[in-house]
Design a protein around this ligand. Structure first.
Ligand SMILES: Nc1nc(=O)c2c([nH]1)NC[C@@H]1CN(c3ccc(C(=O)N[C@@H](CCC(=O)O)C(=O)O)cc3)C=[N+]21
Length: 304
C-alpha cells in the first residue's frame, strides 16, 4: 500500500478565501499582532517568520511584536494591553514556546477574548463544558478544529474510529498548552463513539497502542521516530510539530529550514492509508483557521 498524502494548502486556501471575501466586501482589512519572546529554540524564529509570511501572502497585516529573551511578564502584558486597546488590531496571538518563567495562565486571560484567535482564552475553552454556554463569538480550539476540518475535507470519518494521540513526556511537561489540548480539548471535541488514548511514546505499551489506531495523531519533538511498525495498515496518520533537521540554500542565497515531523513519512507511507505530512499537512490548515478567525474577529469588530 502507498498512502495518499493529504495536502493542507488547498484547505488553507479555501478557508482563507471564503473569510477574506467577507472582510473585503465589508471593507475591512484584518490586522493581527503576533507577540513573541526571543528564545534559543530555532523553531521560534522559523514559526514567527512563517506566520508573518503567510499573513502577508493573503494580504493580512501582521504586526511583529518581538520581545527580548529577558522580557518580564509585565512587559509582555503591557504589549498585550496595547494590542487589546488598539482599535485597528483585530487579532492578538502570543507565539509558543515561552520562557518557562512566563506562565500561559497569566497570558491567555490577558488577551481580549474578542481578539484571541486560537480558542484558548478561558471564555472560549469554558464553552467546551456542558455547564457553560459558548460565548456568542466563541472560537473553537484551533488545533482540534483544524484536524476535524482537514479530515472532513477528505471524507475521512472520525465516528467510531480508534484514535490515538502519540505524545512525549518532555513536550507535555514543557508546553502546558499541548498537554491540556491533548488531555482536555481533544476528548471534548471528538465524537463520543470514538475510543481515544493519549500515549506517551516512551510508555512500554506505546507501540502496541499506536498500531491499533485508525487515526494516529503524532505530536513529537524528536524527528522521524515513528516507523511503519507503529502504524495499522490503512490508518490515517497526522504528523504535528515540525522539528528542524537542517538548512538548504534558496536560489536567492538565503537559508531555508528543512523540517521533519515525528513520523518517517516514506516508511509510514508503505502501510498507512492517508498521511497529513510535515511539511504540507496539518500546519497549513492550522494557519488557515488562524487567518479565518482573524477575519471573523475583524468582521465582528464592526458590528457593535
Ligand atoms: N500560540 C501558538 N499557537 C500555535 O499554533 C503555534 C505556536 N504558538 N507556536 C509554534 C507552533 C507551530 N505552529 C505551526 C503552524 C503551522 C506550520 C506550518 O504550516 N508549517 C509548514 C511548513 C513549512 C513552510 O511552509 O515553511 C508546513 O507544515 O507545511 C508550522 C508550525 C503553530 N504553533
Amino acid at each position: 500500500m502507498t498512502a495518499q498524502l493529504i495536502h493542507g494548502r488547498p484547505v488553507q486556501q479555501g478557508l482563507v478565501a471564503a473569510a477574506l471575501a467577507k472582510t473585503s466586501s465589508a471593507g475591512v482589512l484584518p490586522r493581527v499582532a503576533l507577540l513573541s519572546v526571543a528564545s534559543d529554540d530555532p523553531m521560534l524564529a522559523i514559526n514567527r517568520e512563517l506566520h508573518m509570511r503567510t499573513f502577508a501572502a493573503y494580504g493580512v497585516e501582521g504586526i511583529d511584536v518581538a520581545l527580548p529573551a529577558d522580557a518580564t511578564l509585565d512587559a509582555l502584558l503591557e504589549r498585550i494591553h496595547e494590542a487589546n486597546d488598539d482599535q485597528s488590531v483585530h487579532g492578538v496571538m502570543v507565539l509558543m514556546p515561552l520562557p518557562s518563567r512566563l506562565s500561559i495562565r497569566d497570558i491567555l486571560p490577558a488577551i481580549d477574548p474578542r481578539k484571541e484567535l486560537e480558542g484558548l482564552h478561558p471564555e472560549h475553552t469554558a464553552g467546551l463544558l456542558p455547564s457553560n454556554r459558548p460565548a456568542p463569538t466563541g472560537v473553537l480550539p484551533l488545533v482540534g478544529e483544524a484536524v476535524i476540518l482537514a479530515l472532513a475535507e477528505y471524507g475521512i470519518p472520525l465516528e467510531s474510529r480508534n484514535i490515538v494521540l502519540l505524545t512525549e513526556e518532555p513536550l507535555m511537561r514543557s508546553n502546558p498548552v499541548a498537554n491540556v489540548v491533548a488531555r482536555c480539548v481533544a476528548p471534548a471535541m471528538l465524537p463520543p463513539s470514538s475510543p481515544l488514548a493519549i500515549v506517551p511514546i516512551d510508555h512500554p505499551q506505546a507501540r502496541r497502542l499506536a498500531s491499533a489506531a485508525d487515526v494516529l495523531i503524532v505530536s513529537l519533538e524528536r524527528p522521524e521516530v515513528v516507523s511503519a511498525e507503529w502504524v495499522k495498515p490503512g490508518a490515517t496518520v497526522i504528523d504535528f510539530n515540525p522539528s528542524l533537521v537542517g538548512f538548504v540554500e534558496r536560489e536567492d542565497g538565503t537559508q531555508a529550514p528543512i523540517l521533519r515531523g515525528g513520523i518517517a513519512t516514506e516508511d509510514v507511507a508503505s502501510v498507512a492509508g492517508h498521511i497529513l505530512p510535515v511539511p504540507g499537512g496539518i500546519g497549513p490548515v492550522m494557519l488557515g483557521v488562524l487567518i479565518r478567525n482573524a477575519a471573523l474577529a475583524a468582521l465582528a469588530s464592526r458590528t457593535p
